[in-house]
Write a protein that binds this ligand. Structure first.
Ligand SMILES: Cc1cc2nc3c(=O)[nH]c(=O)nc-3n(C[C@H](O)[C@H](O)[C@H](O)COP(=O)(O)OP(=O)(O)OC[C@H]3O[C@@H](n4cnc5c(N)ncnc54)[C@H](O)[C@@H]3O)c2cc1C
Length: 460
C-alpha cells in the first residue's frame, strides 16, 4: 500500500485520472497474456518522458518498485508487479511517429502498437521488419524491452538490429539518451544494446530511434506439407544451407495446424507445415521459390503448393499468427517454451522434446520460427490437477537442460521474466550471471526497476 502523500505527489506529476490507486485498478493490469499475476499498489500513466522521469524520481526517493508495462502481451511475467509498487504504463505515450524518410529512420514513442507503426511506415514507402505474431496489440516499448522478433527474423534479424538509439528514464529518474541517428557509431560502449532485451530492469524506455528499410519490391510464398514436424524443420534448415534467404520460414506441426484451422474457422490444410516466403526483386523471388520447391519436394518428400498469394497467403498467415490463442482455447493448461538452437540441431531438439513429453506423460504441440532456429514446444495439460503440474514443470526443466546441451538458448525472444529465471544460470554460467548482476547493481542501486525478474535469487 502506497502512502497517501506519495500518491498525491505522483498525481501532481501526471494529473488526476492518470494514477489509479489500489481499489480502482482494473484487473487487466494484474496479469500478462500467459496468466502470470500480481497486484500493484498503483498504476501510473504518464503522457511523456518528463512525466515518466518525475514518477520514477519519486519512486527512487521512496524505494518503490516500478514495473514498466506496454500492452501486457508478454508471456513470461515481465510486466506484472511481482513485488508490488507501481505499474508504469506507456498507453498514453503513443504520439504519431516522426519519419525521416531520406535517412531511413523514425522516432517512436514506446506505447505505439507495432502493427500501427508498420502500417504508418508502409504509407511512407518504408518497412519495419520485426513483426511478432502479437503485432496487432504489442507495443514498440515492449518489443524493445524483450528484443522481440517475429515471422521475418531469419532474413531481417530481431528488434535489436533496428534500434539505433534510445531515450530512457534511469532508475534515479534522469533522462538518458544513447545511441545515434546514423547506421554507424562507435562512440563509447554500446549501451543501447544493453537496454534492448533488458526487460524493464534497467530503466523505462521513453523514445526510440528505429531503423527502417525500403519496402520490398516483390514477394513469393510457398506452402510445403510434411508427414512430421521434424522433417519440416530439417528441410527448412537445408534451404538455408543451400544458400537461400527466405524472409519467412515458419513451421507448425499437424496438431497446431488443426487447432489454428478450427480457431480461425478457415481450412489451412493437413500435416506439418513449412511456410516459406521470399522478399526481393521479382526475378530473385521467382528463382528462389523454384529452387526451394524442388529441394523440399525432391529431397524431403514435401507436397508443395508454390506461388501462393492473395487470400490463400493471408489465410495461412492468419492461421500461423493464431496458433497460440488456438492452443489456449484447446486446452486449459498450456506451457509455452521459446527455445532456440543452432538450425542444424532443430530436428534433434524436436525429437528430444517429444521424448521428454512422452517420458512425463504430457501432450505436446510444436510451432515456431524455423529460420531463426526458434521453436515453441507447447506442453498441453488438462485441469493441471493431481501430479500433472509437477510433470509439466519437470518437462520444462528437462527441456531447458536439453537446450543447454545443444548450445541453445532458453528464450529466443519472450525474455526471462519470472518464468525462465530458474534456468538463466544454466545458459550464461555463474560468471556471466555475476557480470549481469553487477551491471544491474551499478545501474539500479536501489533495485527498484522490475524487481524479481531475471534474477532468481531475489525471489527466494
Ligand atoms: C498471441 C501471442 C503471440 C506472440 N508472438 C510473439 C512473437 O511472434 N514474437 C515475440 O517476440 N513475442 C511474441 N509474443 C510475446 C509478446 O507479444 C512480446 O514479448 C511483446 O514484445 C510484448 O510487448 P508488450 O507491449 O505487450 O509488453 P508487455 O507485455 O507489457 O511488457 C513486456 C516486458 O517489457 C517491459 N516493458 C514494456 N514497456 C517498457 C518500457 N517502455 N520501458 C522498459 N520496459 C518496458 C515490461 O516491464 C516487461 O518486462 C506473443 C504474445 C502473444 C500473446
Amino acid at each position: 500500500m502506497l502512502d497517501a502523500s506519495i500518491l498525491k505527489a505522483m498525481e501532481s506529476v501526471v494529473g488526476g485520472g492518470n494514477i489509479l490507486g489500489a481499489r480502482d485498478i482494473p484487473a487487466r493490469y494484474f496479469h500478462d497474456a500467459a496468466g502470470w499475476k500480481s497486484e500493484p499498489d498503483a498504476v501510473v500513466r504518464p503522457r511523456n518522458a518528463e512525466e515518466a522521469a518525475g514518477i520514477v524520481a519519486l519512486a527512487y526517493e521512496n524505494s518503490i518498485p516500478v514495473t514498466p508495462r506496454g500492452a501486457g502481451t508478454g508471456l513470461y511475467g515481465g510486466c506484472v508487479a511481482a513485488s508490488g509498487g507501481i505499474v508504469l504504463c506507456t498507453e498514453r505515450m503513443n504520439a504519431r511517429p516522426r519519419f525521416h524518410k531520406e535517412d531511413l529512420y523514425a522516432e517512436v514513442e514506446p506505447g505505439v502498437v507495432n502493427g500501427d507503426f508498420r502500417k504508418m511506415a508502409e504509407a511512407e514507402g518504408l518497412f519495419y521488419p520485426p513483426d511478432p505474431a502479437s503485432l496487432g496489440t504489442c507495443t514498440i516499448g515492449g518489443n524493445i524491452a524483450e528484443c522481440a522478433d517475429g515471422l521475418r527474423s531469419h532474413k531481417y534479424g530481431t528488434t535489436r538490429r533496428y534500434v539505433l538509439g534510445l531515450e530512457v528514464v534511469t532508475p534515479e529518474g534522469r533522462l538518458l539518451r544513447m545511441g545515434a541517428r546514423t547506421v554507424k557509431s562507435v562512440a563509447g560502449y554500446d549501451i543501447t544494446r544493453l537496454w534492448v532485451g533488458s526487460e524493464g530492469t534497467l530503466g523505462f524506455i521513453t523514445s526510440a530511434v528505429l531503423r527502417l528499410l525500403p519496402l520490398p519490391q516483390a514477394r513469393t510464398a510457398l506452402a510445403a506439407s510434411f508427414s512430421d514436424a521434424g522433417t519440416a524443420l530439417e528441410a527448412g534448415a537445408a534451404l538455408v544451407t543451400d544458400g537461400l534467404i527466405p524472409s519467412m520460414l515458419e513451421v507448425m506441426d499437424a496438431a497446431c495446424r488443426r487447432a489454428a484451422s478450427a480457431h480461425i474457422g478457415k481450412d489451412i490444410g493437413e500435416g506439418a507445415l513449412l511456410f516459406v516466403e521470399f522478399e526481393d526483386m521479382q526475378s530473385v523471388c521467382r528463382e528462389s521459390a523454384e529452387r526451394a520447391s524442388r529441394l523440399l519436394g525432391d529431397e524431403y518428400g514435401a507436397v508443395v503448393r508454390g506461388d501462393i498469394s492473395g487470400a490463400e497467403r493471408a489465410r495461412l498467415l492468419q492461421g500461423r499468427r493464431s496458433v497460440l490463442p488456438a492452443l489456449w482455447t484447446l486446452k486449459p493448461v498450456v506451457i509455452l517454451e521459446d527455445l532456440t538452437v543452432p538450425r542444424s540441431k532443430l530436428k534433434n531438439m524436436s525429437a528430444e522434446i517429444e521424448k521428454i513429453a512422452a517420458r512425463n506423460g504430457i501432450e505436446i504441440a510444436l510451432f515456431g520460427h524455423a529460420g531463426g532456429g526458434n521453436i515453441h514446444p507447447a506442453f498441453l495439460g488438462g485441469a493441471g490437477d493431481g501430479d500433472e503440474m509437477i510433470r509439466m514443470r519437470q518437462a520444462v526443466a528437462e527441456t531447458a537442460q536439453a537446450c543447454a546441451e545443444m548450445d541453445g538458448s532458453v528464450s529466443g525472444m519472450h525474455g526471462i521474466g519470472l518464468d525462465k529465471a530458474p534456468y538463466l544460470k544454466l545458459e550464461i554460467g555463474q560468471s556471466g550471471y555475476e557480470v549481469i548482476k553487477s551491471l544491474k547493481a551499478s545501474l539500479d542501486p536501489r533495485a527498484i526497476m522490475n524487481p524479481g525478474k531475471l534474477f532468481y535469487e531475489e525471489r527466494e
